[in-house]
Ligand binder design. Sequence first.
Ligand SMILES: [Cu+2]
Length: 156
Amino acid sequence: MLNLPRLERTWLWLGGITMAFFFIIVLSLAVMADIEPPSYGQTIDPTKVSQTPPFDHPGLHQTGPKAYEAYYVGQVFSWNPASITIPVGSAVTFYVTSSDVVHGFSVPTADVNAEVMPGWVSRVEHTFLKPGDYPIICNQYCGIGHSAMFAHIIVR
Ligand SMILES: [Cu+2]
């Protein structure tokens, strides 16, 4: 052992034990809780997104009175569809995937935020109670055009 003062050795041991403790917690949770990328478990071939229904026709689908499903594809550097329009009070379930790299599907003025991993379908729900223009941004740096990756949800 290095010739260190006793107090310093104690601190080194405490730090090492703490790191080992947290590593074991993270590792055992990943194995026991079967932790996967944020998704509800649906996978998709990221190289065939444009041929895989329903992502071959991204967009808005009405499922009931003021109930919608919205299918989005993220790719550098845009969201498809670029704009959807829904009535006030609509409950929207967003299904989002990526055909290239990791993106972040985020509507900062609503409670919508999902990491979008290629190969996985992320799902997030929100009910839009106030009219307005809700911008969708990408909050996961994905390249040079990342800051221009916008879409809009128009609530009337
Ligand atoms: Cu981005």
